[in-house]
Design a protein around this ligand. Structure first.
Ligand SMILES: [Zn+2]
Ligand SMILES: [Zn+2]
Length: 55
């Protein structure tokens, strides 16, 4: 709990630079990870717990 090592959008491992990990802004109960390429392409992510979706 408190971390994750894969991207919520594409499932790739979060390695190197440029990724981000943050709590779900909606429920705060799930950790969301975004890899560099998903951030650069504004790929949508969704919370596994509450279903919140954003870019
Ligand atoms: Zn990704
Ligand atoms: Zn959530």
């Amino acid at each position: 709990m408190g971390t994750r090592d894969t991207c919520s959008s594409c499932g790739k491992g979060l390695v190197g630079e440029g990724f981000s990990i943050f709590d779900c802004p909606e429920c705060g109960d799930s950790i969301i990870g975004r890899c560099r390429s998903c951030r650069e392409h504004s790929t949508k992510y969704s919370c596994e717990k509450c279903g919140y979706t954003s870019m």
